[in-house]
Design a binder for this molecule. Structure first.
Ligand code: UGA
Ligand code: MN
Length: 436
């Protein structure tokens, strides 16, 4: 496996590929100590996510104290290199990318130049070939009532950041529609929908806006080298993008939950996870061979895990089986979700320094199933033979098929697919009879 698989979101990776042996917590501690020791007196601790991409036009806004102080001799060559980078970036990155890399404004962030980590950080994200676009955002909750109560009654509750990775396929819009109608019943929720697609899907923008739930729509495609892998790291680029979004906004108040687009969520799940102090855990139904995966609880404490696939994971849980308090997560500057299929949960939970005695069992001491790992049968989008001359305003079919095409569900063709069967009085009718 390439070491890039283990690259933290914001930290240069120097360790070897041997992740099984890797002790992320220790590594983090070492890095933290190192950074602490090298930081000049009075300098603010760095927040890596907030840094501008070194190849972005924002890079020149970075705090300059580290560069100027004590390195005057290098000033000219450095300035030259910086100008070159800015020009390079300007001409090679797309507008969206440039905007996206400046998400949340990295300019005021403190500098890491004291330990030389800032440039590596950018090189890595380039090596991973990750791109991130903010497509649209609606911060206002336009719902008047939730669960028969006026919205004001929920004002005191912490916000749940519900992160949904999604990807273009025939089932995408129906899955998101179903999920949206669950989330519509949940107060104080921000829906982070990260789409595994290069560009922004405008249909999805409109759709998300219409629900009236606060949302953010990100385009966070899986880097192409990972897409070729079997199995591919599904939903990872998306979740990494959402983590970046949270960190860039310095959101340290609220609850983080990773909710895939195809799962089934009981409304009680949301009231349970909202109480999370550090990390909550609960069983997930329909996982692998046992039909379930989750913690083993004794006397109100998590003591072990039940899951049919161990593979050396310290935290053998499903992505939908835990929630994290953002204030707790903020203590760990190197939060990571690696591109490592099957190990995302374990490595993420390691990166936030989880300890067994910190886990809060939910769902009546993990006796209830509040989330199901349902899976939708994937099928190819249909192609139907239906002459384009009839797909005008004379019937509904033109508009209907245009919309089905946008949603990736079905398309009409003049030459391909089975002929569209249109009937009247129980008998097949010629297209011309009905539509001309
Ligand atoms: C299981 C886990 O429940 C996921 O959390 C985990 O990401 C996944 O395995 C994995 O490690 O591969 P599973 O039902 O097998 O989930 O996978 P999917 O539902 O197909 O994908 C997980 C999420 O990633 C979904 O929200 C899906 O929309 C998204 N995804 C999937 C992408 O963004 N891109 C893809 O190419 C495939
Ligand atoms: Mn799934």
């Amino acid at each position: 496996m390439p070491s890039a698989y283990y690259a933290p979101l914001d930290q240069p990776q120097t360790s070897s590929d041997d992740d099984e042996e890797e002790d992320i917590e220790r590594h983090q501690q070492q890095q933290q100590n190192k950074r602490h020791q090298r930081r000049p007196k009075g300098a603010a601790p760095s927040i890596p996510f907030l840094k501008a991409h070194p190849h972005s036009p924002m890079a020149h806004l970075r705090g300059s104290s580290g560069v100027v102080g004590g390195r005057r001799r290098c000033l000219l060559p450095l300035l030259g290199a910086l100008l070159f980078l800015i020009a390079f970036c300007y001409f090679t990155l797309g507008v969206d990318t440039r905007l996206a890399l400046g998400l949340g404004g990295g300019g005021g962030a403190s500098d890491d130049s004291d330990d030389g980590m800032h440039s590596l950080d950018g090189i890595l994200s380039r090596a991973l070939n990750e791109t991130l676009h903010l497509c649209s955002e609606g911060l206002l909750d336009r719902r008047l009532y939730v669960q028969d109560k006026p919205m004001e009654q929920y004002g005191h509750l912490p916000i749940i950041y519900f992160v949904t990775p999604t990807y273009p396929r025939r089932e995408q819009i129906p899955e998101l529609t179903r999920l949206a109608h669950t989330l519509l019943h949940v107060p104080r929720l921000h829906w982070l929908v990260a789409n595994d697609q290069e560009g922004c899907n405008m249909f999805m923008d409109m759709m998300l806006k219409k629900f009236g739930i606060p949302y953010t729509h990100l385009a966070s495609p899986m880097p192409s080298n990972f897409r070729k892998a079997k199995p591919a790291p599904r939903g990872v680029a998306n979740r990494r993008a959402a983590l970046q979004w949270l960190r860039q906004r310095n959101l340290t108040n609220g609850i983080l939950y990773f909710g895939d687009d195809d799962n089934t969520y009981d409304l009680r799940l949301f009231s349970e996870i909202r109480q999370t102090q550090r990390v909550s855990m609960f069983p997930v139904g329909f996982i692998a061979d046992y039909g379930v995966s989750g913690p083993v609880v004794r006397k109100g404490k998590v003591v072990a895990f039940l899951d049919s696939w161990l593979a050396g994971r310290r935290w053998p849980v499903d992505m939908a089986g835990f929630a994290v308090n953002l204030e707790y997560m903020a203590q760990f500057p190197y939060v990571n979700m690696p591109y490592k299929p099957g190990f995302e949960e374990d490595r993420f939970l390691r990166s936030i320094g989880l300890r067994l005695d910190h886990i809060e069992p939910r769902g009546n001491n993990c006796t209830e199933i509040l989330v199901w790992h349902t899976q939708t049968k994937n099928k190819k989008a249909a192609v139907v033979r239906l002459e384009s001359e009839y797909l005008d305003g004379r019937s509904n079919l033109g508009a209907l098929f245009r919309s089905l095409k946008i949603m990736g569900v079905a398309s009409a063709s003049d030459t391909e697919g089975p002929k569209a069967l249109i009937s009247k009085n129980g008998k097949a009718a010629a297209h011309s009879t009905i539509l001309s």
